[in-house]
Design a binder for this molecule. Structure first.
Ligand code: GTP
Ligand code: MG
Length: 196
């Protein structure tokens, strides 16, 4: 699948204010700075569609982008951003969890994981929480341009092993680089198959 058109629609911190047209949507979540906004830009081929930053905590709201007038990509704030005040963190988590659990047209959540890191507690906890809530998700290992393929395979194997402690099988797994564009086709085709 290819994306022809992508436009920003709305940002907010309330599920009730998200678009109500019931188009299918796909969300991107993960730790601050993992590359959620960059991945959305890479997938849509629009460099400045979602705001990115080298400093964690850039995306603070639920951002809807309408794709080809038919479906949405949704950029979410990161979790585990230590510098945010406790109140701000709590608020993010509450509206994010509300969004994730209440949004009926949310078809899949892509959980982004930094490919350079070994399995992280906060990410495992988040994925287990998705499991408890019955939310469909996939794993996307980001920034693969920053490590060797041997190191990548090692981290993937560690994740696989860790996940299989809790799960009978792994969700779909993707690898990506917003720098090189790697991973674009498989991720878009996965979305395309759900949209069909
Ligand atoms: P928050 O909105 O703060 O939660 O962050 P985010 O997950 O949206 O991350 P963002 O896309 O803003 O990217 C964070 C930083 O990582 C930026 O400096 C990006 O340029 C960089 N980055 C993101 N993806 C990649 C990638 O695939 N490769 C490399 N080399 N850098 C990346
Ligand atoms: Mg962001």
């Amino acid at each position: 699948m290819k994306i022809k058109d992508a436009v920003f629609v709305v940002s907010n911190s309330e599920v009730s204010k998200c678009p109500t047209d019931e188009k299918y949507e796909f969300a991107f979540i993960g730790r601050s700075n993992v590359g959620k906004s960059s991945l959305i830009n890479m997938l849509t081929g629009k460099k400045n569609l979602a705001k990115t930053s080298g400093t964690p905590g850039k995306t603070q709201l639920i951002n809807h982008f309408l794709i080809d007038e038919k479906w949405y990509l949704v950029d979410l704030p990161g979790y585990g951003y230590a510098k945010a005040s406790k109140t701000a963190r709590f608020k993010w988590e509450k509206f994010i969890s509300e969004y994730l659990t209440k949004r009926k047209n949310l078809m899949n959540t892509f959980v982004l994981l930094d490919a350079r890191l070994e399995p992280q507690q906060i990410d495992l906890e988040f994925m287990n929480w998705c499991g408890e809530k019955g939310l469909p998700f996939s794993m996307v290992f980001t920034k693969i341009d920053k490590l060797s393929s041997t190191a990548l395979q090692k981290n993937l194997a560690k994740y696989r092993k860790e996940m299989l402690k809790y799960w009978d099988e792994l969700p779909p797994v993707f690898t990506s680089s917003s720098e090189s564009g790697f991973g674009k086709e498989p991720i878009l085709n996965y979305i395309g198959a759900i949209l069909e």
